[in-house]
Design a protein around this ligand. Structure first.
Ligand code: 2NL
Length: 343
């Protein structure tokens, strides 16, 4: 009696077909799962007379194997069918999806523009470590032993005695260039610098600087002024005026603060320039002979000028950004405003 039922199931397995995952699952339920017709055959073992159990067991196992082989066959069929249809869906002649592009960070755009201006007049780029020793960040640059910049409240020290700190300016890079190269030197050092300051709209403990250095025979203050005139006109427009105010830095003598005519009012006086008509863009000076000697350059033969500017400051002036914190908050509403910027 069961022989007949088994033949029926075998025929049903042989005739079964599946063209998609749903039909495959229906097949599994009908012929593979515990509750399937094949599963139920095993449950019948109890009712089979002992002398027939062996023959019955062999038959049922045969059905089970046939059901599983067919299942593998159908899985392969469904899988290869779906692959074929998917590859047919791809049209290689279509243009690619437009991935949304980010925008250039305003500090990157400013840095690239500054680099471009100076590269065109013969400056090359130099880079150096952000973690510096005392010599390259302070001592070689003529900072006296008791200078306030050497205090814990101004500089992030990593180790004391010997002192290792996060560089407070990129002058340290230029010290390294002077130690390793012979004049003529014309180099530009952009980079990140660190100072131990409370974060506010006007100050941050991490910011970016670009410094320039020119060392050769007969380099004078007129070269410094003309180089920075050229830079200001290229960067801010040819109507821009430049003035130098006497100042002091440990590493230059004489030293001068660099001001440009206010970009907003053109010099008449407004709230951006606080009524003065001028805004400061950086500092400069003739490299102190002590600094040249510290770096192994003969100060009797060679002279040089140097300058430094804050990239955040230049960017804020150029785009009228009022709060320094916007540069690091990564708010896309701020960043997207610069999407048309090209370098
Ligand atoms: C500022 C002022 C300045 C320098 C940086 C310099 C570098 C060497 C030797 C001498 Cl290796 N000077 N750099 C000179 C004058 C001013 O920066 O206000 N920066 C934001």
């Amino acid at each position: 009696m069961y022989q007949e039922k088994i033949e029926e199931i075998k025929a049903a397995i042989a005739a079964a077909d599946a063209n998609n995952p749903e039909q495959l699952e229906a097949y599994r339920m009908e012929f593979i799962s515990k509750k399937s017709v094949v599963g139920q055959l095993f449950g019948m073992m109890g009712q089979i007379p002992n002398e027939e159990k062996r023959a019955f067991g062999q038959l049922v196992n045969g059905v089970k194997q046939a059901a599983e082989e067919k299942f593998q066959e159908l899985i392969e069929k469904v899988n290869s069918g779906s692959k074929a249809s998917k590859s047919q869906e791809i049209d290689l002649t279509l243009p690619p999806d437009n991935e949304p592009l980010g925008s250039i960070h305003p500090l990157t755009a400013t840095r690239q523009r500054i680099i471009e201006i100076f590269e065109r007049i013969g400056f090359n780029l130099s880079e150096g470590p952000e973690i510096e020793d005392d010599w390259h960040n302070f001592t070689a640059l003529n900072f006296p032993e008791n200078h306030p910049a050497r205090e814990m409240q101004d500089t992030f020290f990593i180790e004391k005695n010997p002192d290792i700190a996060l560089r407070t300016h990129t002058s340290s890079v230029q010290v390294r260039v002077m130690e390793n190269q012979k004049p003529p030197i014309r180099t530009l050092s952009p980079g990140r610098v660190y100072r131990n300051e409370a974060i506010s709209a006007r100050a941050h403990c991490i910011f970016h600087q670009v410094e320039g250095l020119y060392v050769d025979e007969n380099v004078g203050f007129a070269d410094l002024k003309n180089t920075l005139y050229h830079f200001a006109k290229e960067m801010f427009g040819k109507e821009t005026k430049v003035r130098f105010r006497p100042s002091y830095f440990p590493f230059t003598e004489p030293s001068a603060e660099i001001d440009i005519s206010c970009l907003i009012c053109g010099g008449k006086g407004c709230n951006v320039c606080k009524g003065t008509g001028w805004v400061e863009i950086g500092g400069s000076g003739m490299v102190d002979p002590n600094v040249l000697e510290n770096c192994g350059i003969d100060s009797k033969k060679y002279t040089g000028f140097a300058f430094g500017m804050g990239i955040e400051r230049i960017t804020m002036l150029k785009y009228q950004i009022k709060d320094l914190r916007l540069f690091t908050e990564n708010d896309v509403r701020f960043l997207r405003q610069f999407s048309p910027l090209m370098t």
